[in-house]
Write a protein that binds this ligand. Structure first.
Ligand code: FAD
Length: 448
């Protein structure tokens, strides 16, 4: 029977463990997690903080239950410290420092150590009121600070996924928020013309926006933020959501190949440069489905798919990973924002020429209650009409249009195919011609 050791027990690690157990009842599986929790839903943390979820337990999976359900060995609060490739062993250290470092051998090792939240050291920063959100202890620290100090105001630095979700959820806890980003737009997963609708919505929701401005320093015990422009913002607490970086230390120290993006390089079966060591999730780079260029994408879907690829490969089923499109979606108050494929900026950076079509439409028939605005944008190849990317911003039905566009890109459909999609119509859902059909006609007219 195979002995499989997994490093990291959350998005990729817990999933690959469960997948392997489904296909191999015999394997001895050890799952190491340096934190106290396995298989928790990181994605649910902002909603717990906002009070949308009633109980902390909603996003947790007790380690003992996980161990029992999948018949494996779970080692929480235990950090894997080194990989000794020649001996095919790892060393690990329990958090309680009383115990010595121990070793364990493996037949196959799987690395899913994720990423860490960037936390730049900024002058005057007060640790007690400045937070990142990546782990359950991070979440608890934010929650406890709010409960204990009843802050009235928060500054959120970085208007990406986590920053935007935190603004909404801190507002739900009664805090007035200032969202600060050094870029010219919020939500860089979409183009600026689409993101402007998100910025308008944030303003409608009484969020103060400071774009094109960075945080330079703090004063007054971390309660006054000084921005690059010279402006100041007062905030009782600050969330830093300025990005993540892959946790590559173990891979680097054991001499595994690191790719151009700084993440672990893997082949199409998620094997690293050592074929007995696989890696997945936020720590790897994979080819972009459109351009083929390697990229490091920190999202849950790739981690889950890669877990399946690895579990299959371990039972001699060779299913190649076909690349990452980077489809992302998020809720910003009442708005849905999503994209699949590239933005104009990243597609231009890769040297692509393309045309774009944008449509402002209604989610469904105007006379039916709930009908609201919907913006859809696609980028496509100028001659053939092949769709490169799709972006949506809207209220009802925006997620459906994003899902259709993600499917269209995967199926290598063109703007002409968009005209032909029978999406299904009744007044609560669409129009007899769906906005995606209309966008197909509009885009085709730009070609001819
Ligand atoms: P993780 O799930 O982060 O797991 C890595 C684990 O490895 C960590 O628990 C870490 O403690 C452990 N570890 C690291 N080094 C060691 C070591 N040496 N020894 C032992 N253990 C170690 N994605 C989406 O697609 N949609 C969302 O809505 C979404 N929301 C998110 C919200 C938040 C607040 C966060 C933080 C992330 C969100 N993500 C979302 C991203 C998604 O959670 C990750 O892409 C996914 O969890 C990646 O899985 P992973 O296994 O690579 O990393």
């Amino acid at each position: 029977k195979k002995k499989i050791v997994i490093v990291g027990g959350v998005g990729g690690g817990a999933t690959v463990a469960a997948q392997i157990r489904r296909t191999d009842k015999e394997a001895e599986i050890h799952l190491f997690e340096k934190g106290g929790y396995v298989s928790f839903s990181n994605c649910g943390m902002p909603y717990y903080l906002g009070g949308v979820l009633e109980s902390r337990e909603d996003i947790l999976y007790p380690a003992e239950e996980f161990e029992e359900n999948f018949n494996l060995h779970v080692h929480t609060e235990t950090e894997v410290t080194r990989v000794l490739r020649e001996q095919k062993q790892i060393t690990f250290q329990k958090q309680d420092s009383a115990t010595q470092e121990e070793t364990l051998s493996y037949d196959k090792l799987i690395l899913s150590p994720g990423a860490y939240a960037l936390c730049p050291q900024i002058d005057g920063m007060a640790k007690a009121r400045t937070f990142t959100l990546h782990t359950i202890p991070d979440m608890d620290a934010i929650d406890q600070f709010i409960e204990k100090h009843q802050p009235a105001t928060a500054a959120v630095i970085g208007a990406g996924f986590i920053g935007l979700e935190m603004v909404e959820n801190l507002k739900a806890r009664g805090l007035h928020c200032t969202l600060i980003d050094r870029g010219e737009q919020v939500a860089k997963l979409v183009d600026k013309d689409m993101a402007d609708h998100v910025a308008d919505h944030l303003t409608e929701k009484d969020v103060s926006l400071k774009l094109h401005d960075g945080l330079s320093s703090f004063s007054n015990e971390g309660k006054k933020l000084h921005l690059a422009s010279g402006k100041t913002v007062d905030a009782d607490m600050t969330i830093l959501s300025v990005g993540v970086r892959p946790n590559t230390q173990l891979a680097v120290h054991s001499g595994l190949k690191i790719g151009n993006t700084g993440a672990i390089a893997v082949n199409q079966f998620m094997q690293t440069s050592d074929p007995d060591i696989y890696a997945l999730g936020d720590v790897v780079e994979t080819p972009d489905s459109i351009t083929g260029v390697e990229q490091n994408v920190a999202l849950a879907w790739p981690a889950h798919r890669q877990a399946f690829i690895i579990a299959s490969h371990l039972t001699n089923k060779k299913i190649p990973y076909q690349g990452t499109m980077g489809t992302g979606i998020l809720k910003v108050f009442d708005l849905t924002v999503g994209s699949t494929g590239h933005t104009s900026t990243t597609l231009k950076q890769e040297g692509y020429t393309f045309k774009e079509a944008i449509l402002q439409a209604s989610s469904n028939v105007g006379y039916y209650p709930g009908s609201d605005r919907l913006w859809i944008k696609i980028l496509f190849e100028a001659e053939t009409g092949l769709i490169y990317s799709g972006q949506v911003v809207g209220y009802a039905g925006a997620d459906k249009r994003l899902a259709v566009l993600a499917t269209a890109i995967k199926g290598k459909l063109t703007v002409y195919d968009l005209q032909e999609l029978e999406i299904g119509y009744a007044p609560p859902f669409s129009n007899s011609k769906d906005p995606l059909n209309i966008l197909g006609y509009k885009a085709a007219s730009l070609i001819t």
